[in-house]
Each structure stands twice: as C-alpha cells, then as structure tokens.
Design a protein around this ligand. Structure first.
Ligand code: RIB
Ligand code: CA
Length: 356
C-alpha cells in the first residue's frame, strides 16, 4: 500500500510577488483581478485572455475595463488562443452574462489589447525573469498549454504556478464529474499536467479545485461589508427578495460595478438550487498566488480525461501512488472561508475607496 500524501500547510504572507494572470473574465475572474490590483506587494506583470466564460475579445475588453477602473492602464492585456486546442469553444452566458460581467456596464477602455500574442508575453517575461514569476490561471488552460508547447522549459523558468481547475473526488459543476475550466479545454489541461510530471514538489502547480473553491461562498452580507469599508453613503443591499436585474445605486463607482456583477452571480447560483450565493473560485486562487491565503495542499498525480465522451474534462487525483506515476500537482485540501472573506472585504473595500 502507498502512504497517502500528507497535507502541507501554507501560512499567509505579503512577500513581494510578480504575477502573470491568465483568465476568462467572468465575474469571479473580475474579483480575482481587482483583488490583485488591491495588493501593494503584488506586481501584476500582464493579464492574458483565454476564451471560456465568454469569447476572447470580451475577456480582453473586460480585463482592460477593469484595469482602467483601478487606474492600472500600465498593465498589458493580450489575447492568445480564440478556441480550445481540439474541441469547439463553449461559453456560459447564463453563468456570467452575455458580456461576462453580469449586469455591470463597465466604462469602455481607452486602450486596446497588445498587438502581440499572449503566448509571446508569457515566454518573454519568463525568460527575462527566470524563477521570479508566478503564473495564475483562472481559465481553461489553452494559453498555458500553447506557451508550454512554445517553451517546454516553462516549468523551470516560472517561479510558481497556481491553477483554478478540476474537481477531485467531488462532483463537477459542468458535467456530473467535470469542472468548467478543465471541461472547456480538456486537451490543454492534460498537456499542462503532463508538462509538470516529475518536477520537484516546490515547482508543481498549486491547484485550487471545486472541493475547496466552493467553500469560498460569497453572500450578500460580504458585499454589504465591502461597501461599508469603501465608505458608501448607504448600505449596499442585494437581497433575494428584490426583483432580478436591479441595478446598484451605490455612491462608490467600483462598488456599483462589483454589486451589479455579483447580483447576476447570486441569481445564477439560485437558479441552479445552490442558494442566493456566489462561489468566487478565482478570488481564492488569486489569494493563493498573492500569498495571502492560509491553506494546505497535497501532492498528487492528476489525470484529465480526453477520450470518454461522458467523462471529457473529468479530473482524477492519485494521492497514493497507485498508478506509480510521478506527481504533477499540489492540490489544495484545506482553506479558511472566514479568513478569505475578511481579506477580500478589507482589500476590495479599501481599493474601491482609493480609486473612487
Ligand atoms: O469552475 C469555476 C471556474 O470556471 C472559474 O474559473 C469560473 O470563472 C469559470 O471560469
Ligand atoms: Ca475563470
């Protein structure tokens, strides 16, 4: 018998960190991006856009608009792939809205995405700063897989990798067994995990999967607390009994946008019998990348199904070495929702106050 991998604890810190973010902005991606902008110890090197929740053009437009809202026109935004590696793109307007940001109507960005491909940005940045950059992927792994194809040394060149993706011995949110990001592009996910097989433990991707990200369940009270920290003149009440589609009248600009995004997301979760809540998966992954989350993780060998039609994108973790294959991931096994929301409310509320 094999010994199951023991959880390795990670304590929060605010050591300087340089992050390359790839996202499919979406509402929880938006919270993740805003959170990184709120952290003085985080250097946001670039934000690249992968199709998933919405198409790549909408993802990039959302990223540009969100960065502009925070006064971060200095951060390059680029587009890479416009569809998964091998299967057609499927988006999810019912989850994140047709534009990907719920009911929010962000001011149009005054700048366009970079003319170069997202993969170029990833490779140039990683080669220029070997061992320094943390890659955060809160999207299907298409761009990351293409970057690995173009530069197979990425696992050695990157200083760290955090991925929001998969569900391990836990029901899926897209099919009964598959999570959205790995289901949209299962071939890319399989290539990414294969690329890290055999790397030393400290270089393995830290994987935030549904069994822990669904514990980061945002409630209207968290939004109300965030609005208070932002100095809103009135309580920000997003309530289940209100008519759907109501727009925020918060006195703070960023709170209005975040409130309009979250109302859509609360309504989506209620439509799918999960309650008037919002699973903010990508915010948790961003806090892991920023170092501010307290969590534990276990090494495992991850398999992503790319053949069985009913199981496409399903992820399985071997924690006990039963396949006798090298580990390729560290999967988060414990997290702390109350601490996560205390961090989000204070950080985002302070950012909203600063940029108003
Ligand atoms: O399954 C949750 C993931 O899929 C999150 O990244 C969310 O943004 C969606 O992309
Ligand atoms: Ca996402």
């Amino acid at each position: 018998m094999h010994d199951a991998a023991r959880p390795v604890p990670h304590e929060p810190h605010r050591d300087p960190v340089a992050i390359l973010m790839d996202c499919d902005t979406g509402i929880d991606d938006a919270l993740a991006l805003l959170y990184l902008c709120s952290q003085p110890h985080v250097e946001l090197v670039a934000v690249t856009s992968t199709p998933g929740n919405v198409d790549a053009d909408h993802v990039a437009a959302n990223n540009l608009a969100l960065l502009q809202l925070c006064g971060r026109g200095d951060v390059p935004v680029a587009i890479g792939a416009r569809s998964p590696l091998e299967i057609p793109l499927v988006t999810t307007p019912e989850t994140h809205g047709p534009q990907g940001i719920g009911y929010a109507e962000l001011p149009l960005a005054r700048r366009a995405p970079e003319p170069c491909d997202a993969v170029e940005i990833w490779i140039e940045a990683a080669r220029a700063r070997p061992g320094e950059l943390t890659a955060l992927v809160t999207a299907p792994l298409t761009n990351f897989a293409l970057a690995l194809r173009a530069e197979p040394r990425l696992p050695e060149l990157l200083g760290g990798v955090v991925i929001m993706g998969g569900a391990y011995f836990y029901q899926g949110n897209t099919t009964p067994t598959a999570e959205w990001n790995t289901h949209v592009d299962p071939h890319a996910a399989a290539e990414v995990f294969a690329a890290f097989a055999g790397q030393p433990e400290e270089r393995l991707p830290t994987v935030c999967a549904l069994e822990t990200t669904e514990r980061i369940e945002m409630h209207p009270e968290h939004l109300a607390a965030l609005a208070e920290v932002a100095g809103c003149s009135e309580p920000e009440l997003v309530l289940p009994e209100q008519p759907e589609g109501l727009r925020s009248r918060a006195s703070n600009r960023l709170v209005r946008q975040v409130s309009d995004m979250l109302r859509f997301y609360f309504e989506f979760h209620r439509h799918y019998d999960q309650g008037y809540v919002a699973h903010v998966h990508d915010y948790f992954a961003a806090s892991v990348a920023a170092g501010t989350a307290r969590y534990a993780a276990r090494t495992a060998t991850v398999h992503v199904e790319t053949h069985a039609p009913r199981l496409m994108g399903t992820t399985v973790a071997d924690y006990r070495g039963l396949w006798d294959e090298p580990a390729n991931a560290r999967i988060v096994s414990e997290n702390h929702p109350d601490e996560a929301f205390a961090e989000l409310v204070s950080s985002l509320g302070s950012l909203a106050h600063r940029v108003d």
